[in-house]
Design a protein around this ligand. Structure first.
Ligand SMILES: NC(=O)c1ccc[n+]([C@@H]2O[C@H](COP(=O)([O-])OP(=O)(O)OC[C@H]3O[C@@H](n4cnc5c(N)ncnc54)[C@H](O)[C@@H]3O)[C@@H](O)[C@H]2O)c1
Length: 243
């Protein structure tokens, strides 16, 4: 199936991790013919991903950007428009988990860190890019949710719950202006996220609970996002897609 993504331009956040979803999304979209700007606090990683995209024959920029910093976000968007002349797709993938702690012992700074990146970072990206999309009456945005409700995960859970609510509202506000917003909850995968504090056998235990008896690969998320942001996927608006 031709997804119709040839010559579209995508900005993807969180492409620095070499084992994360952001890089896999960049490669999946590039294989479908997109040009890519990947942004990450890990500038070297973002550039490494961009180099792999270029080796697939598409244009790519990898940039060190902290999405919690609106001035850095604005500068990145300006650069993307100067280079590519348009932005068709935004994948708000960057995220962090500040660590698991029982709520009654939790310092509120733990929650602030998660809100800053997972919610306000994504909001910065949308506020910087949506006006351009609205001016063209075209745009596809996917916001990344995350697993919620486990004990000791107040910060991550709350920040991702907030993303879900915001994304639902955003979809209704932007659809009359020509911009399509959906939310995506990836299944558990072995990425950098949480690797510093998850129990050693966590991945094995979770694998056994998955319907296919294994974790998903970042490439499987890449394919799903390529479909979600394509024009082939022409009737999905404001949906919460959970793999
Ligand atoms: N891995 C999982 O099991 C899982 C499950 C559900 C949801 N998610 C979500 O998937 C998304 C991608 O995470 P991942 O699993 O690929 O993890 P990852 O840690 O491998 O990648 C996340 C990337 O986001 C970047 N980032 C963090 N803070 C940033 C900031 N302020 N500005 C710019 N970039 C920043 C990191 O540097 C990193 O490269 C996240 O939103 C995460 O919450 C992951």
């Amino acid at each position: 199936m031709d997804l119709g993504l040839k010559d579209k331009v995508a900005i993807i956040t969180g492409t620095g991790s070499q084992i994360g979803f952001g890089k896999a999304i960049a490669l999946a979209l590039a294989k479908e013919g997109c040009d890519i700007m990947g942004v990450d606090v890990d500038g070297e990683g973002a550039e490494q991903t961009a180099a792999e995209v270029r080796s697939l024959g598409r244009k790519a920029i990898g940039l060190k950007v902290d999405i919690t910093n609106r001035a850095e976000v604005d500068a990145a968007v300006k650069k993307a428009l100067a280079e590519f002349k348009k932005i068709d797709i935004l994948v708000n993938n960057a995220g962090m988990d500040p660590g698991w702690v029982p709520f009654i012992e939790m310092d509120l700074d733990n929650l602030r860190k998660a809100m800053d990146v997972n919610l306000y970072g994504g909001m910065n990206m949308v506020q910087a890019i949506a006006p351009h999309m609205i001016s063209r009456k075209y745009g596809k945005i996917v916001n990344f949710s995350g697993g919620q409700g486990g004990p000791n995960t107040t910060s991550y859970s709350t920040s991702k719950g907030a993303v879900d609510s915001w994304s639902e509202v955003l979809a209704k506000e932007l659809v009359p202006l020509g911009v399509i917003v959906n939310t995506f909850l990836p299944p558990p995968a072995k990425t950098k996220l949480g690797a510093d504090h998850l129990p050693p056998n966590f991945a094995d235990r979770v694998s056994k609970m998955m319907p296919l008896g294994r974790l998903c690969t970042p490439a499987e998320v890449g394919s799903m996002i390529a479909y979600m942001v394509s024009d082939t996927n022409s009737y999905m608006v404001g949906q919460y897609i959970k793999l």
